[in-house]
Design a protein around this ligand. Structure first.
Ligand code: SF4
Length: 291
């Protein structure tokens, strides 16, 4: 089975009356020459690792080696325990889980790159927080994670998922699109609404640059994770109301690739411009290298 675009995926799912995760698990199992059952066991291992990273991150206030990050997740938890979020428990969970995972990454803890380490908090936070709140089963979580994986796979056919190649739109941007699709699957949406969620999330993050301070995956990366996790929920909510992107999803992915090509190398993980070269960014860099 050869599915390279979202249009092909949608046509296949409609023709065969299959969900995205069903098509995806067939494709992956066939490619890796394993059974669908074994493939789902591998996905479960990743899901468990995501949950472990959240748990570990929630418990720790330890700083990263650079000292640039660590402790913000603890602050956010403390804030919510004193004053609830205006947006409710799911928002509290998503933002704290995203920070927990990203801070864990900066401390060199174990995380699942989905699709990259810098964007590792986005998919797990949305998936786990919503699953806990709606009481989803583990099978449903796995279905949602396979959906996210398929979205990432198809996008990666067109563009390398790396800030150094296409900016942060290809890392946190794609993670947000994957999370939006996973969430739509978790909520039982049809293929059209799942792909609309992806389109709306991705379209609104085109052009996001990669300008990490000191060249480390911490500033702005860590705080970007809770922001773009919530962005995924917005995309899902709009899509599930039947709101569609005027630009088709495959054309949005083409635009992602072209925007990446047009982006200056100074804004693609080289730390030669953007936040990395602000007065404070330069000062932090100086302090880091003096350490
Ligand atoms: S800013 Fe760059 S390094 Fe940080 S998460 Fe985005 S792409 Fe990765």
């Amino acid at each position: 089975m050869n599915i390279n675009t979202f249009d092909e995926l949608k046509t296949y799912c409609e023709k065969e009356n299959k969900k995205i995760y069903e098509a995806a698990q067939e494709i992956e199992a066939q490619k890796d020459e394993i059974s669908v059952e074994d493939l789902r066991k591998i996905v479960k291992k990743n899901l468990d690792a995501m949950k472990d990273a959240i748990r570990n991150g929630l418990k720790s206030a330890e700083k990263s080696f650079s000292g640039l990050s660590g402790g913000d997740c603890r602050k956010l938890q403390a804030k919510f325990s004193q004053k609830a979020s205006l947006l409710g428990v799911i928002f509290e969970k998503i933002t704290t889980y995203a920070l927990a995972t990203s801070e864990e990454n900066a401390r060199m803890g174990k995380i699942v790159a989905c699709p990259t380490a810098g964007s590792c908090g986005i998919v797990p936070s949305v998936l786990v927080a919503v699953s806990e709140e709606i009481g989803a089963t583990e099978e449903e979580e796995i279905n949602a994670l396979i959906t996210a994986g398929e979205i990432g796979r198809i996008i990666s056919n067109k563009v390398q998922l790396a800030g150094a190649v296409a900016g942060c739109q290809a890392e946190c941007g794609v993670a947000s699109a994957m999370a939006a699709g996973a969430l739509a699957q978790l909520r039982g949406e049809n293929t059209e609404n799942i792909l609309s969620s992806v389109a709306l999330a991705m379209k609104n993050l085109l052009g996001l640059t990669c300008d990490p301070v000191c060249g480390l995956v911490e500033v702005p990366c860590i705080k970007r994770n809770p922001f773009l996790a919530v962005h995924a929920v917005t995309a899902y909510e709009l899509a599930s109301a039947g709101i569609q992107s005027k630009i088709p999803l495959d054309e949005i992915i083409d635009t992602l690739e072209q925007t990446g090509q047009l982006m200056s190398p100074a804004l693609k993980e080289s730390s030669q411009a953007g936040l990395a070269k602000t007065k404070t960014g330069l000062k932090l860099e100086e302090e880091f290298y003096a350490k």
